[in-house]
Ligand binder design. Structure first.
Ligand SMILES: [Zn+2]
Length: 60
């Protein structure tokens, strides 16, 4: 197994509310699946959908 201490990978999920079209970026949680319904929209009573999952690599 190769483990590098030089890289930190951060995963994010972007949630989008289909009702008011607000986007919310949050930390990726285990079990998140693309286009699954996620959490309740904080702006309206809609349910957000995970639109994007991506990771960022930070190099020291
Ligand atoms: Zn909304």
């Amino acid at each position: 197994m190769i483990f590098s201490k030089e890289e930190i990978i951060l995963a994010y999920a972007v949630e989008k509310c289909p009702k008011c079209e607000k986007l919310n970026r949050r930390d990726f949680c285990k079990g998140d699946v693309l286009f699954n319904s996620s959490s309740k929209c904080t702006f309206c009573d809609g349910i957000t959908i995970i639109e994007k999952i991506y990771g960022e690599t930070l190099q020291k």
